[in-house]
Design a protein around this ligand. Structure first.
Ligand code: TYM
Length: 332
């Protein structure tokens, strides 16, 4: 079976609709016919300032959300990055193959560091994509299901895999991005030309999966649209309405053209009201399932421990091969 691997950071109390539609929904589908590895990158989460008091709770909460959204630990491997020390160790080796200029061209680093100021941006934030490459290459992943914003990091991953393989002999599968056609970039409700983002968006622009459905409904009703009246998909002229149609279409599995036809002659208020209901129907049972998983943190920790054992077996065998290829003296 082909391998897939992907990860989601524990940097907020709740995942948002972009995370689900852009990534996690594909993860759930792929676990059926792939050998799937899904993890919570807590090493990445400390590349920006964080609160140690909340990180562990958010990590467990992320695991609870993944299970509630449909990951089945009997069919896929779910684990926490820091439980598998090979991630940081492979990142070191890959860092020694990455050009400084090459790393400097990563747009996510440029965005995040320009917001923080050069002195507050850390070396960890700079080397973040190299660690991400290590995450992927350790597991010999064939496919990496992510949203559009991760495309450049996957390009770097592929470059590093090819570079290592051609310099030292084949140690890595060169992974393909797996980016959904419709929902790869869900936009902020208040600023529909920017992506919905845990870190950048204001709370009113993000539909958090663990929001009270009443709160989500309100956010959708106050989403920014335009001064026309026609409900039509046109990202350039109508980014707000197009984003609502994208979300609607993804959550109901209906074509955008079908929705346009259904809402012909109707108002933006009708669309928003119906979408609020669709979102409400999706998140209401989810909140309850997450709460149930969180009632038994010891069981969650056992799931993650089993995942780390399985992940560690694959990771250590890749790392051993890498160390051998680059000429490290094997330990006795
Ligand atoms: P993160 O935690 O920011 O996001 C998790 C996943 O959600 C997707 N996503 C979106 N998709 C559509 N629309 C949006 N508005 C939106 N916002 C987020 C992301 O593309 C991602 O797939 N660097 C990664 C974490 C990571 C990783 C990895 C991923 C670390 N190592 C190895 C894959 C493989 C990140 O920050 O994702």
């Amino acid at each position: 079976r082909p391998r897939v691997l992907s990860g989601i950071q524990p940097t907020a109390d709740s995942f948002h609709l972009g995370n689900y539609l852009g990534a996690i929904r594909q993860w759930v589908a792929l676990q059926d016919d792939h050998d799937a590895f899904y993890f919570i990158p807590d090493l990445h989460a400390i590349t920006v300032e964080h609160d140690p008091k909340t990180l562990a709770a958010r990590t467990r909460n992320a695991a609870a959300q993944l299970l509630a959204l449909g990951l089945d630990p009997d069919r896929c491997t779910v684990f926490v990055q820091s439980h598998v020390p090979e991630h940081a160790r492979l990142a070191w080796v890959l860092g020694c193959l990455t050009g400084f200029g090459e790393a400097s061209r990563m747009t996510q680093f440029k965005d995040k560091s320009s917001k923080q100021g050069a002195d507050r941006a850390t070396i960890g934030l700079f080397t973040y994509p190299i660690l991400q490459a290590a995450d992927i290459l350790l597991y010999q992943a064939d496919r990496v299901p992510v949203g559009e914003d991760q495309r450049q990091h996957l390009e770097l991953t592929r470059d590093l895999a090819q570079r290592f393989n051609s310099r030292f002999g084949k140690a890595f599968v060169v992974p393909e991005p797996y980016i959904p056609a419709g929902a790869a970039k869900i936009q902020d409700l208040q600023e529909p030309t920017a992506k919905m983002s845990k870190s950048a968006s204001s709370p009113s622009g993000i539909v958090e999966l663990l929001d009270d459905p009443k709160v989500s409904a309100k956010k959708i009703r106050s989403a920014v649209t335009d001064t026309e009246r026609e409900i039509r998909y046109d990202v350039e002229a109508k980014p707000g309405i197009s984003n609502l149609l994208t979300i609607y279409s993804a959550l109901t599995d209906r074509k955008i053209s079908e929705l346009e036809a259904e809402y012909a002659g109707k108002g933006y208020g009708d669309l928003k009201k119906d979408l609020a209901e669709v979102v409400g129907d999706f998140v209401s049972p989810l909140r309850e399932r997450v709460a149930l998983y969180l009632e038994d943190p010891a069981e969650l920790d056992r799931v993650l421990a089993r995942g780390a054992t399985r992940a560690g077996e694959v990771a250590s065998s890749t790392l051993a091969a890498v160390h051998e290829r680059i000429g490290f003296l094997p330990p006795m």
